[in-house]
Design a protein around this ligand. Sequence first.
Ligand code: URA
Length: 304
Amino acid sequence: MRRYLVCHLSSACAGLVSEGACRASLPVLVTVTDAATPDVVAGLDALRREVGACTRCPLHETRTQAVSGEGDPGARLMFVGEAPGYHEDKQGRPFVGAAGKTLDELLASIGFAREQVFIANVLKCRPPGNRDPRPDEIAACRPYLEAQVALIRPVVICSLGNFATKLLSGDQSGITKVHGAPQIREVGGHRFHLYPIFHPAAALYTPAMLETLRADMYRLPQLLTEPLPQPAAGPASEDDSRPPVDGHADPAGRAPRSAGRTEAPPSAGGPVGRDASVAAVFPNAGAPTAVGAVSAEEDQLGLF
Ligand code: URA
């Protein structure tokens, strides 16, 4: 079953007129989730078990438990944070601490509940003392995130902060520069809108940041309705299981699995569909990551 949300976007939020020039409210029907196939549900379950037993990097020695991610397997909107913190490590769930409360509030501000989206992290295990993820840890963990993207096939991935943004964009531009501006990206043969925003924890350190986060969040419902350009070539996928919205062509512009990559993909995986087995979405375990060290001018927490 697909779930919809009627969002009232101001014209300014919808990008029709300049900010503040018009307060008119435009109702927009946004598809929030689709029914996930049993294959996707089973794939995510298998992935969760694999992540729970993972020993690919030294973080497994210090974790209480791994945090695979959670949410609706049919979500059209996915959030990717940095790594579990103290509370996430204890509870085995992403974003359950202070930053999670802010994320919940931001979601509520656009009419979403966290159960309607999927939430994951770049790293599945907590770095000791919440230090920054290291390139070798990101490289070891990356196939798990790619497998989640390939299974869930979200229309929009909202990257929270520098680490998720750099990994998913394959670009070293910092979040201060790229926040609030959608990009088209592809992972595991799946094309999506990448929408970078500041990490919710940034608002804990800099309260004024909450307004920036809110403003960026308001653009998310509209982005969920925007079509993705089709890849240049490639036959249509036979088992592309997302239904078209409202009788129109799928606004997600689902990329055929054999699609050529024209958008600087960061993916380490090959073309993968929603019915792929977990093994099939781990072709490149240990592949080198595109993410390097955070540049000197960026803050230590990777938030800016
Ligand atoms: N910060 C993150 O990046 N992820 C979490 O799960 C919690 C806090």
